[in-house]
Write a protein that binds this ligand. Structure first.
Ligand SMILES: Nc1ncnc2c1ncn2[C@@H]1O[C@H](COP(=O)(O)OP(=O)(O)OP(=O)(O)O)[C@@H](O)[C@H]1O
Ligand SMILES: [Mg+2]
Length: 275
């Protein structure tokens, strides 16, 4: 089996039926991303369907964050296309970008909460695009406040609603960030290393929560991870990036741990050529 160095993406799951029918919410075709002269993604294809968790694996610098950023217009697309909820990102104008961003829930390694504001206000920030400038001053409609409290209950920290965000543990802060993302009523969730700052137990519980959201709400969750075993346990499909190319793609159950670890192998390693 030749794995490393193979130029094209292999779809190991092509023969199996899709777990979730319906049109893709995100469709990426032959995508290239470049920062100036530096091309960091080449020929990437990706579909995300409602109800599934897709894990993005790859060594540091392989392009995981750049792929996610391209889906919100924060990374420059130089070739191919990326369509999110019907909007083409390549060449999108600012107004269309705002529309796309409003529908994409983003979750980050460092949570990106406003530390001095209450947990509830941080969650409410997720609906600012709906509620307008008055809400920026803290005046949110009652129904949005109710919804924010319901979401905090859903992620298990309603009792912290009035605490400042900075007083919460890392795992709790990530739950606030997830509630904030849900407050957007997102069409898709992009989680860039959401558990990299959490201990293994918390990492498991946050990824389980994301899985539950994908299934219950019928939205796709794209999550980048650095731990192969977490991807195997918590995702439906895995896409492996290497040097800016999608080197493999398949259902978690079909891609063995050994195959996935090759994403991180040293290209000069002579053993790899024997695979
Ligand atoms: N804003 C930028 N300007 C220039 N180059 C960038 C920028 N952001 C990323 N890169 C480059 O793009 C490549 C891919 O980076 P990216 O952050 O997408 O990788 P990653 O897989 O997310 O890595 P990590 O696992 O460390 O987060 C790297 O070579 C990086 O240096
Ligand atoms: Mg990254």
């Amino acid at each position: 089996m030749t794995l490393l160095g193979a130029p094209a993406q292999r779809d190991l799951g092509a023969a199996a039926p899709r777990p979730v029918p319906g049109p893709a919410v995100v469709t990426v075709r032959d995508l290239s991303v470049a920062y100036g002269e530096d091309t960091v993604l080449t020929g990437v294809d990706l579909d995300l369907f409602g109800g599934e968790v897709v894990a993005l694996l790859g060594a540091s610098g392989s392009g995981k964050s750049s792929l996610m950023k391209s889906l919100t217009g924060f990374a420059p697309i130089t070739g191919g296309s990326a369509v999110v909820d019907g909007h083409e990102l390549r060449g999108a104008r600012p107004r269309e970008l705002r529309t796309v961003r409003a529908g994409v829930g983003q979750i980050f390694q460092q949570f990106n909460l406003i530390p001095r504001l209450s947990v509830l206000t941080n969650v409410l920030a997720g609906c600012l695009h709906r509620t307008g400038p008055a809400s920026a001053l803290g005046h949110f409609p009652a129904h949005e406040r109710r919804r924010a409290l319901e979401l905090l209950d859903r992620v298990g920290i309603a009792h912290k609603a009035n605490e400042p965000a900075r007083s919460l543990s890392g795992g709790q802060q990530q739950r606030v960030a997830i509630a904030r993302a849900l407050m957007q009523q997102p069409r898709v969730i992009l989680a860039d290393e959401p558990v990299a700052s959490l201990d293994p137990r918390l990492a498991d519980s946050v990824l389980a929560l994301l899985r539950d959201i994908a299934v219950s709400d019928g939205i796709p969750v794209l999550v980048s991870l650095h731990v192969v075993d977490l991807a195997l346990v918590h995702s439906d499909r895995i896409v492996g990036l290497r040097d800016g190319r999608a080197l493999l793609s398949g259902r978690a159950g079909e891609l063995g741990s050994a195959t996935l670890h090759e994403l991180y192998a040293d290209e000069e390693d002579p053993d790899v050529d024997d695979l």
